[in-house]
Design a protein around this ligand. Structure first.
Ligand code: GLY
Length: 407
């Protein structure tokens, strides 16, 4: 989620962020990246999509090949919170109260998730992207209560023997106590709750979960395991697996992106230097292995590359993560590296290769959900749109803070 703090920043970056293009490739004026134009287009498309949606109980998730309109899922789907999240971001970027009304409408049904027993770690995605953004932007006290309840519900999955949250109770027979890298993203709800009237234990749970993930799931080269399997009684680490990636030891792109973002947030919330170093290690490994066009294939180790599908969602998530990370690294060169890299991803995602334009209802094309299951291959997916919008808003805030610091 978007938590940019004011910071000093280089004029060069503002110029790049506001109107940038590679000089040697002379694109027509209409195709050059402009932050505000990309934001405006995204807001407009979101408003257009809203016109066709009637039921607040179903949520856009993906657009299957050759279709124009979103496919919908119920509130129980792990992706339900992203559409209200998109609406909150569109409201934040536009101050348009008709969008705010819709954001409230699509947020409300998610309340049930906060008060049901926890089915998996995704409760963090579902509730924090919807109610978390809603509370941040409105201060609605009811939203706060729901968020606090959601954090307590998520914490019921914590296993003190292991020191981490059980990510997928339904996969216990296969992986025993499993902790997946995606779960790093859901710690923010716990950190937030501990600071906002919830139990301090939530902070300890989130910190411990991040420590266990860092210790066992980050490999020496800086790639992460998707799934860590642990003995639920002794806490012993048993093995690293993949579920959505190409192979256990491969680098699943979105998993790596969740890790980059998740460890950056864990550092922000705890000040533990090791989390910062981990976020840097993951980012550097990811950047070093990117293909020429900078948008990752769904898995960096798929032998079919370059004839493998891309994952724009990983690019959008890693852009947000690197912008977050850039707020905390002290070294100016490194700061610049992560900001410029993130901006570069956003520019490419905003280009006609990845921005959907009039093709369909989504903002972004070319994401991959679950390749091993042959599901959601090279399609628009709602979380790509969510993190793309977040990244644009983050960039805009950074540019504004930089401009302010120059005065
Ligand atoms: N958290 C599930 C996924 O990234 O596909």
């Amino acid at each position: 989620m978007n938590l940019i703090k004011p910071s000093l920043f280089l004029v060069v970056f503002i110029l790049l962020a506001c109107n940038s293009t590679k000089k040697k490739v002379s694109k027509p004026e209409s195709e050059k990246f402009n932050l505000q134009t990309s934001l405006n287009k995204s807001i407009l498309k979101t408003k257009e999509t809203l016109k066709g949606l009637s039921s607040p109980d179903s949520f856009p998730r993906r657009i299957n090949s050759n279709k124009i309109n979103w496919d919908f899922v119920s509130v129980n789907d792990w992706c339900s919170g992203f559409w209200p999240g998109v609406l909150w971001y569109a409201y934040e970027a536009s101050s348009d109260h008709t969008i705010k009304k819709q954001a409230e409408k699509f947020t409300n049904p998610i309340k049930t998730i906060a008060y049901s027993s926890a089915k998996n770690h995704d409760i963090g995605f579902m509730v924090y992207c919807s109610y978390g953004n809603g509370y941040r932007l409105t201060g609605n006290k009811e939203y706060k209560k729901i968020l606090l309840s959601a954090a307590d519900t998520l914490a019921t999955l914590y296993n003190p023997n292991v020191g981490s949250i059980l990510s997928w109770p339904s996969q216990r027979s296969k992986f025993q106590h499993n902790t997946i890298i995606d779960n790093m993203m859901n710690l923010e709800l716990l950190f937030w709750a501990a600071k906002n009237g919830g139990s301090k234990r939530l902070y300890e749970i989130a910190k411990s979960h991040a420590e266990i993930t860092m210790k066992y799931m980050v490999r020496d080269d800086g790639a992460v395991y998707h799934v860590g399997s642990f003995d639920e009684d002794t806490g012993k680490f048993l093995k690293g697996y993949t579920h959505q990636g190409y192979a256990n030891e491969s680098m699943w792109s979105r998993g790596q992106a969740w890790g980059i973002y998740g460890f950056s947030v864990a550092y922000r919330e705890t000040g533990n230097q090791a989390f910062l170093e981990t976020a840097i290690k993951l980012s550097n490994h990811y950047i070093n292995r990117l293909p020429k066009d900078r948008i990752p294939y769904w898995d960096f180790d798929d032998p079919k590359i370059p004839n493998a599908p891309k994952d724009a969602s990983a690019a959008a998530i890693s852009a947000c993560g690197m912008l977050e990370l850039s707020e905390f690294v002290k070294d100016e060169k490194l700061k610049e590296k992560y900001r410029n890299t993130a901006q570069n991803f956003i520019e490419i995602l905003s280009s006609k290769e990845y921005f959907s334009g009039d093709t369909n209802q989504a903002l972004l094309l070319h994401s991959t959900g679950h390749r091993p299951k042959n599901s959601e291959i090279d399609v628009p997916i709602i979380y790509a749109d969510y993190y793309y919008l977040e990244a644009l808003i983050r960039l805009k805030k950074i540019a504004a803070n930089a401009a302010f610091a120059q005065k």
